[in-house]
Design a protein around this ligand. Sequence first.
Ligand SMILES: [Ca+2]
Ligand SMILES: [Ca+2]
Ligand SMILES: [Ca+2]
Ligand SMILES: [Ca+2]
Length: 244
Amino acid sequence: MRQGRMIRRLSALVGLGLTLSVTSARAAYVDLTSTGSVEFNNAWFFVNDDHDANPSNAFVRIQAHQGTVESGYNNNGPVSADTKSGSYLLKLSQLPIVQYQGNSYYRFLLDIGEPQSASQKTISLDDLKLYSFPITPGNDTKAFGTETGFTLRYNIDVGATDNDIKLSDRSNGQGKNDMVALIPTFYSADDQWIMLYSKFGEKAPAQGSFEAWKITATVVPEPMTMMLIPASAMLLLARRRRQA
Ligand SMILES: [Ca+2]
Ligand SMILES: [Ca+2]
Ligand SMILES: [Ca+2]
Ligand SMILES: [Ca+2]
């Protein structure tokens, strides 16, 4: 009896170990708190330091209304409780396009607002999704996901693979972009409304003021940081090659 119980316990532990190793091999929580970049699902994410001081430029600002996890999206219609007023839909034709390593990307900027203290200045970007839907009368004022032709165009998570990014607000608040996101361009015969959904704070708590997503009208050459390929990205590439 005792032996049987021990075997069951051992197999439970082995099972748990297998689950954990599979999860850690597939999911990634990449540290972009100081330098570097990472590629997730064909999109690139870079630490940024361009001192762009125009927080009012944000098309969506997200701040937890309770606790330390927050999520939101830009819309002309109803928004989440964590989405601050003043958000608006973008048009596909408004998005700046940049070339990087021979591919085309839409360029988004993220300015996080976290307290200065070492224990609070980090924040995790847990979810990032980009949606589009046709520009037709009334389609822009519907609730999230109910728009006609609502289409998911990008997701940082791939199936069971949960990808997350750890960021740090090194500038204490708004006024300095902390991350650049390059999302692969997609083909559309028509102009579309663009909605960006993001969630913060699950792995590293969201505190202080709001997180602001922006685009800039000026298309700048590839920043210096884009030339750097950190160890984390190299590891991912190597792993992918091994799997291929
Ligand atoms: Ca900031
Ligand atoms: Ca914040
Ligand atoms: Ca924090
Ligand atoms: Ca995730």
